[in-house]
Design a protein around this ligand. Structure first.
Ligand code: NAP
Length: 483
């Protein structure tokens, strides 16, 4: 109660604001009540952010780094609070929530250690003889709009704000209402770590009501969500000629080569398909297996999937948690029903589990999936994977690339060089060899993002920071007798 009151009081909204209520996925019971921001509240937040940003940009990067390191320590000290909030709001397991805590700690430490170097002026030799040198400066964009989804409420919310703040920007953010407590928890800790209040603000409300104000107020847009929403928002950002980075959907493929270690590949498939009940943008929904090992691999994968413990627990005793909202459960059940009606075979799972809670669904493995079925090409964003056999590597690559998306992929082989050669030919921003999703998750110093319909721009690494800056080139002419 007290924690909820403190966190909801951080929302940038008028005192007499209308209220929105969220429910806990585990139980369906009311969880929190939020003030809802209006377009006027959003405009006011941008005005305050704009004033605060001018001062924040003058704070030396080294001081910004100290604040971020304090935030890092606070996150680790208070991790249990975050784990409870994330589980209550999203229905994910403790382990999945724990991954978010580690991710955000790693991201904070990485940018605290690298921001000063990445933002430092870069001197180059003059390109033509009359120039003594050119210098590349990196200025903050100004105020960055961050719109973040509900599936990874801490990683996505804080993970995108951190580099924007480190580059000297202010941030106005709209976390998804369902998981706004977790986002506000991160905001609270960052302020406790020393970030001036107006530099990072959060508004709560539906995109249909405050979306226009969020695009109108910012100098750069960071959006994470579905491809359909991303396309619409990018159009509005394009109209204003502001840059945008979009992290969108996927239909990620895993390719198990004939020489793969089958037991490890089956473990990998479980890890890749069912994190946060499949509500992870980089989780695997298409699995291509070499014909000669198909039966052995399927048996191993089905056996492991059958052993997964489903349920609601605020400890580490379960493997798969709940879906987060009724729309997700409806999509999952509709995709499976459509596939089964058109001839797909259920090898594992297949059913909702109302006995465990209103939004639980079994991890599900399908085969005999054909292009007429909705889930053949569309993202389910749930614990559902389809297995397809293939004859040779060329066919596997062609099938894996037969998608408009290009977010993440995974390749399994005992031969690392062969695995890497296949990886390089897959149309995906991150590819993992003998790994589920470490290239997207954990490799914080390397770019992560999507090709094709999976998005634009990259998070993590230098790209993840420098996209929040404007480059300015200063060229200086050599004048005799002057420096
Ligand atoms: P969504 O419907 O696009 O919503 C995502 C967020 O954007 C929500 O908080 C939503 O708020 C907001 N939003 C939508 N339209 C808006 C607008 N016009 N103006 C301002 N805000 C707007 O996506 P979702 O179904 O909730 O999330 C799941 C999707 O996100 C999946 O497709 C998944 O693959 C993708 N995702 C991608 C990544 C990645 O890194 N590539 C990471 C996580 C998730 P309202 O609902 O309140 O409007």
């Amino acid at each position: 109660g007290a924690v909820v009151d403190r966190l909801t009081s951080l929302v940038a909204a008028a005192p007499d604001a209308a209220r929105a209520t969220t429910t806990a996925p585990y139980t369906g019971l009311a969880l929190a009540e939020f003030p809802v921001s209006t377009p006027a509240d959003v405009a006011e937040a941008f005005a305050r952010a704009r004033r605060a940003q001018l001062r924040w940009a003058q704070v030396p990067v080294e001081e910004r780094e100290r604040i971020l390191l304090r935030f890092h320590d606070l996150v680790l000290d208070r991790r249990n609070e975050a784990l409870d909030l994330m589980q209550a709001e999203s229905g994910k397991t403790r382990r999945d929530a724990f991954l978010e805590v580690t991710d955000i700690a790693i991201t904070a430490r990485y940018y605290a250690r690298t921001a000063a170097r990445l933002l430092a002026p870069r001197r180059r030799r003059g390109a033509i003889p009359v120039l003594t040198h050119t210098t590349e400066l990196r200025h903050p964009k100004g105020v960055v709009t961050v719109i973040s989804p509900w599936n990874y409420p801490l990683s996505m919310a804080a993970g995108d704000a951190i580099p924007a703040l480190m580059a000297g920007n202010a941030v106005v953010q709209k976390p998804d209402t369902q998981t706004a407590l977790t986002a506000l928890w991160a905001l609270d800790l960052m302020r406790e770590a020393g970030l001036p209040a107006d530099v990072w603000q959060m508004v709560v409300g539906r995109g249909s009501s405050i979306g226009d104000a969020l695009i109108a107020g910012g100098d750069y847009l960071m959006f994470t969500g579905s491809t359909a929403s991303g396309r619409r928002i990018a159009r509005d950002a394009g109209e204003r000629l502001i840059g945008a980075s979009l992290e969108l959907g996927g239909k990620n493929a895993m390719v198990v080569l004939a020489d793969a270690d089958i037991a490890r590949a089956a473990d990998g498939a479980v890890a890749a398909c069912f994190p946060s009940a499949g509500q992870l943008c980089v989780s695997i929904e298409r699995l291509y297996v070499a014909e000669e090992i198909r039966d052995e691999f399927v048996a191993a994968f089905v056996e492991r999937t059958g052993k997964l413990r489903l349920g609601a627990a605020y400890d580490f005793s379960v493997d798969v948690g709940s879906l987060t909202n009724t729309a997700q459960l409806a999509t999952v059940t509709a995709h499976i029903a459509d596939a089964v009606a058109k001839g797909a075979t259920v090898l594992a799972g297949g059913k909702a589990r109302p006995d465990l809670g209103p939004l639980f669904h079994e991890p599900t493995i399908l085969t005999d999936v054909t292009p007429e079925m909705t889930l053949f090409a569309q993202e389910t964003f749930g614990p559902v994977v389809s297995i397809y056999p293939y004859r040779d590597v060329e066919e596997a690559i062609a099938l894996a690339n037969d998608t408009t998306y290009g977010l993440n992929a995974s390749v399994w082989s005992r031969d690392g060089a062969k695995g890497r050669a296949v990886a390089a030919r897959l149309h995906a921003g991150t590819v993992n060899v003998n790994e589920a999703f470490a290239a997207a998750w954990g490799s914080v110093d390397a770019p992560m993002g999507g090709m094709g319909d999976s998005g634009l721009g990259r998070r993590h690494g230098a790209d993840g920071l420098l996209k929040y800056t404007e480059a300015q080139t200063v060229a200086q002419q050599r004048l005799r007798g002057f420096s």
